[in-house]
Design a protein around this ligand. Structure first.
Ligand code: ADP
Ligand code: ZN
Length: 709
């Protein structure tokens, strides 16, 4: 082997030194191998799964420039900005650049001075660009958001169809197509239209385990309900609230703002400048809530969106999954919340029926809406249903959706379901819901006569329910996977394997009652302010913000929340230790290492608590006056976590009783003590997680302090 070959870095080395990540996730490594070996790949990974690295790492290892085709300008800018922070030579070409800037990028390209170049598909197809590329050494083509080639998809981009040209013009260059939203039909379409039949398919499934799904029936107070949700669980967090109409967007944004939240509207009726301005603030400031129509979000890959709320029903599960998918891209816990009501359904149906599309198109849209409604109504795990819709099976209920956490009121629908399914079977699996309901109700109908279906055994056996209840039941059966809609055969309803045990009476079926009262007792999802050392966490965020403002980039481009959280938890004391933190690569260590270390050292927990007897004594005094820890924090203008630290020192010193400090029931204290016994690594985090985040770190710290007594 020549010396040159030996010194060439491996994919692993690039991952660690350039990006600062310890190991590859899921199928990343396999995909990278496939591309390095000169093959094509189709990559299906959930949002936040790490698709970008699948082409960025090969781009750094292979000679020449990787051409990345991406549908949106904002996305390109963000990615290039983030890549440059890692010290990677990258650029983009699109209409936002001046002629001089374009010329500069073009000359860098010809001189092989770029590892990655991002272009929009329409730009790529211009003769000038294609001829430039033919003079360039190209390492690979990456086609991001590949589902945009699908005509039935919701993000169809006509220019994407022409991308098959790449294969014809550059047959030797490996291609990698990536998407987070492709059901089986769309996958087949991507392969066919992009001529990817030789590609290896890598499927990581679509699950987003860190996202909690919640869907509430609107009982006329959706707005207040939303406000409570934000204040209780997401104060100070970044979030998105989706509404159906522009008017509603304006109303809700104003209302939230009046309630003291940093809420900004975003919709197509606003001026370009104002919209742009609000988007920038959302990206750059902390804790901004964007209230928007669905026009917002495509091309936004802000990683630390902590919640996505829908005040209206999305038109399809695809839309819902994509919109909610904008939460928690950084892999940290995030919440989705939706309120839907009958009004939404009526409005959506009107929009859809009044649309200009063909009958076939409208029918498909109608089925998609039905499937979305089905998701709203099921009583079983939402995540299982979502994943099933995209063709993924999940064995067990997830434990992280409203139905898992707070099971809804139900009725025994076994018999009715048998009738409904059997009616599908008896009429030959060739009809839609309306026809089936007519048969069940024994309607005097010409078509039914024509097919002789007034003679089947299910004709007229369903008079105990009305038409609306039957169609609700069908929707529920479709959503739960007992029946399916065959889009290729005009939306006829068909049986699945799962229907058999119901028909045979081997399985009972329980369904959500139509209108139930909604007393939520959901557990709170973890918020980031709940890290063990609040002061340090805040100080790191502030420092990050300063750096970001200096450079005019969003904060997360400097470091992600996850990286700061790890710094807070591990409190590295040297550059060497800091380099071990996820997300700290060589370039960022060099650029930011010293200054972040300084922040950490000045907030080190151990140092801060030495010689604090005076301030501790003051807290204890307040406690003796029967003030709660929250009240003491307010009175002293200190954080709650500091007060709890004082109290835990007081407990160790025998000056404070645990019962006075934390005011929990004896049984709860027993549970927490038990959790400490079970998780004896001494870390609060383990116990915090074992208790599902029910108790603050401060409370846990006090209990731990009492264990020695
Ligand atoms: P996608 O494009 O699939 O939505 P990204 O490529 O943007 O996801 O990755 C999501 C986040 O996960 C990014 O912040 C990325 O840096 C991070 N990430 C990706 N791969 C890894 C890895 N192997 N280890 C740690 N973090 C990773
Ligand atoms: Zn679940």
């Amino acid at each position: 082997m020549s010396a040159e070959l030996v010194s060439k870095p491996s994919a692993h080395q690039v991952l660690q030194t350039v990006f600062g990540y310890e190991s590859f996730r899921n199928q990343q490594e396999a995909v990278i191998e496939q591309i390095l070996g000169g093959g094509d790949a189709l990559v299906l990974m959930p949002t936040g799964g790490g698709k970008s690295l699948c082409f960025q790492v090969p781009a750094l290892l292979m000679p020449g420039t990787a051409i990345v085709i991406s549908p949106l300008i904002a996305l390109m800018q963000d990615q290039v900005m983030a890549l440059r922070q890692f010290g990677i030579k990258s650029a983009f070409i699109n209409s936002s650049l001046s002629t001089e800037e374009v010329a500069q990028v073009e000359s860098d390209l010809i001189n092989s001075d770029l590892d990655l170049l991002y272009v929009a598909p329409e730009r790529l197809m211009m003769p000038r660009m294609l001829s430039l590329l033919s003079q360039t050494k190209i390492s690979l083509f990456a086609i991001d958001e590949a589902h945009c080639v699908s005509q039935w998809g919701h993000d169809f981009r006509p220019e994407y169809i022409q991308l098959s040209v790449l294969h014809e013009r550059f047959p030797a260059v490996p291609r990698i197509a990536l998407t987070a939203t492709a059901d089986e039909t769309t996958r087949a379409e991507i392969i066919q239209r992009l001529a990817l039949d030789q590609a290896q398919v890598f499927n990581d499934g679509f699950d987003r385990p860190n996202i909690q799904y919640r869907i509430n029936e609107n009982q006329g107070n959706a707005r207040d309900h939303l406000l409570r949700f934000i204040l209780n669980e997401h104060e100070g967090d970044t979030g998105i609230v989706y509404c159906l109409s522009r008017k509603r967007v304006d109303q809700i944004a104003q209302w939230l703002e009046a309630k003291g939240l940093k809420a900004l509207p975003y919709h197509a009726g606003m001026s370009n400048e104002l919209r742009q301005h609000h988007q920038e603030r959302f990206l750059r400031e902390e804790g901004v809530i964007i209230v928007a129509t669905i026009a917002f979000g495509m091309g936004i890959d802000k990683p630390d969106v902590r919640f996505v709320a829908h005040l209206n029903l999305p038109k399809s599960i695809e839309g819902y999954y994509q919109e909610t998918g904008r939460a928690g891209r950084d892999g940290l816990p995030a919440n989705t919340w939706m309120s839907y009501g009958l009004q939404d359904v009526i409005m959506l149906r009107q929009i859809q029926q009044g649309s200009a599309g063909s009958e076939n198109y409208k029918r498909i849209e109608g089925h998609k809406l039905d499937a979305m409604l089905g998701l709203c109504e099921i009583i079983s795990c939402r995540r299982q249903a979502l994943l099933r819709y995209f063709g993924d099976e999940m064995e067990e209920p997830c434990g992280n959706c409203d139905n898992c956490l707070n099971p809804p009121e139900t009725w025994d629908a076994t018999q009715a379901a048998q009738k409904a399914i059997s009616c599908v079977h008896r009429t030959g699996q060739r009809f839609g819901v309306k026809y089936l309901v007519d048969v069940l109700l024994g309607k005097d109908d010409e078509r039914i006569m024509q097919f002789d279906h007034h003679k089947v055994s299910t004709f007229g056996i369903g008079t105990e329910l009305d038409a609306k209840e039957w169609s609700t039941l069908y929707r529920q059966l479709i959503a739960s996977g007992y029946l399916k809609v065959d889009f290729e055969r005009h939306g006829s309803i068909r049986l699945t394997e799962a229907a058999r045990p119901i028909l045979k009476g081997e399985q009972k079926l329980t369904l959500r009652k139509m209108l139930k009262s909604n007393k939520s007792k959901l557990r709170k999802s973890r918020s980031f302010s709940a890290t063990a050392n609040n002061d340090l966490w805040e100080a790191l965020r502030e420092h990050r913000m300063t750096l970001a403002e200096e450079q005019g980039v969003p904060a997360y481009v400097i470091f992600h929340d996850a990286t700061l959280a790890e710094m807070t938890e591990r409190q590295p004391q040297t550059l060497e230790q800091l380099s071990k933190i996820t997300g700290v690569g060589e370039r960022k260590l060099e650029a930011y290492g010293e200054s972040f270390l300084a922040v950490i050292l000045s907030h080190s927990t151990s140092e801060k608590l030495v010689d604090k007897s005076e301030t501790v004594a003051e807290t204890i005094d307040f406690l003796a006056q029967k003030l709660s820890p929250e009240e003491i924090a307010g009175r002293r203008n200190l954080t709650l976590s500091t007060i709890y630290k004082h109290l835990s020192l007081g407990i160790v010193a025998g000056k404070v009783s645990l019962a006075d400090a934390i005011r929990l029931e004896e049984d709860e204290i027993k549970v927490i003590r038990f959790a400490f016994e079970q998780n004896d690594d001494g870390k609060l985090k383990s116990v915090y997680e074992a208790l599902d985040g029910e108790y603050d770190y401060g409370v846990l710290g006090c209990v731990r302090a009492s264990l020695g007594n």
